[in-house]
Design a protein around this ligand. Structure first.
Ligand SMILES: Nc1ncnc2c1ncn2[C@@H]1O[C@H](COP(=O)(O)OP(=O)(O)OP(=O)(O)O)[C@@H](O)[C@H]1O
Length: 283
């Protein structure tokens, strides 16, 4: 990554990579990013994790949405607290084996607010990477905080992110918001796998017709503008919302959802691997 890019993105000149610990062996890190809040980024993160796990991969979710964590609840972990091994934290493990680390799993009560300033939030990201025993993982999905602010910058500077999935919804000011996410990723020299549109349409329960309740999708236009691959469109589905609330997303998520997004993640060559094969001597 060029220094000028890091500085243009507001980064310090000093390298800030957080170290991986000896009990973690994470092969690929994928960040799920949205330009603004409430578009369903956490749901898409959860859905990708479930589908990857169903394909037999070992999967973890690092919930970097420190002040608005919603991953534990959708995996039935509300009210649980993570344990530890020596000085390391142990992620909570879902019914079907997905490992989760989240600020909500460190709080005494799920409803306690996280009133932390920037440096403490950055400290939590460090803890979730360097001081968490992830074990061997094929994929670690990072549920990013909404937007392109301080925490997103910390994650992109400090974790070895291999690729990014951008989530958007039709009611976004889609072009400008996607442009922000794309520009940030480019300045940080990160690969964008593509874009998923959430809440794209609703299927009428009576006639089965597809209704575009937020108006017609601008996804094709925006994807073409930014040269992004379209990785799928997910409908607004009350059953999905209910499954998240009840903590049973793993059981109720329809099989085969977002196949292109799953395939793009599976096809991703880890940066560390491609760098190693480009320079087998490690020079
Ligand atoms: N496709 C969908 N169908 C039905 N409900 C959905 C869908 N996508 C998201 N939701 C619901 O919308 C709410 C917001 O979703 P989610 O928490 O995933 O958004 P987010 O972008 O991560 O939000 P934040 O910006 O707060 O991090 C949740 O209650 C979720 O269950």
């Amino acid at each position: 990554m060029g220094c000028e890019h890091r500085q243009a993105a507001g980064a310090d000149a000093a390298p800030l990579q957080f170290d991986e610990n000896s009990l973690s062996e994470v092969k690929r890190v994928i960040a799920v990013l949205s330009g603004k809040g409430g578009v369903g980024k956490s749901l898409i993160t959860g859905a990708l994790a479930v589908e990857l796990a169903r394909q037999g991969h070992s999967v973890g979710i690092l919930d970097a949405d420190i002040t608005g964590p919603s991953i534990p609840r959708m995996f039935g972990m509300a009210g649980k607290r993570v344990g530890g091994i020596g000085k390391l934290l142990l992620p909570e493990v879902s019914e079907h084996g997905i490992k989760v680390m989240s600020s909500n799993l460190l709080l005494a009560h799920e409803t306690d607010p996280v009133l932390w300033r920037g440096p403490m939030i950055a400290g939590a990201i460090r803890q979730f990477w360097s001081e968490t025993s992830w074990g061997p993982l094929d994929y670690l999905l990072v549920d990013m905080p909404p937007g392109t602010g301080d925490v997103a910058l910390t994650v992109f500077q400090s974790l070895p992110v291999d690729g990014i999935v951008i989530v958007t919804s039709p009611q976004d000011l889609v072009s400008m918001i996607v442009a922000k996410a794309v520009n940030m990723s480019e300045r940080m020299d990160l690969d964008i796998l593509g874009i998923v549109e959430n809440m794209s349409y609703v299927i009428c329960p009576d006639c089965g017709k597809k209704l575009e309740v937020f108006g017609s999708s601008k996804l094709d236009k925006v994807a073409a503008e930014h040269d992004l691959e379209i990785l799928g469109r997910l409908p607004l589905d009350p059953d999905l919302a209910a499954a998240c609330d009840a903590g049973v997303l793993e059981d109720r998520l329809p099989t085969g959802i977002l196949p292109d997004a799953v395939a793009a993640v599976e096809a991703l060559v880890p940066k560390r691997q491609s760098e190693a094969s480009a320079d087998p001597q490690g020079n």
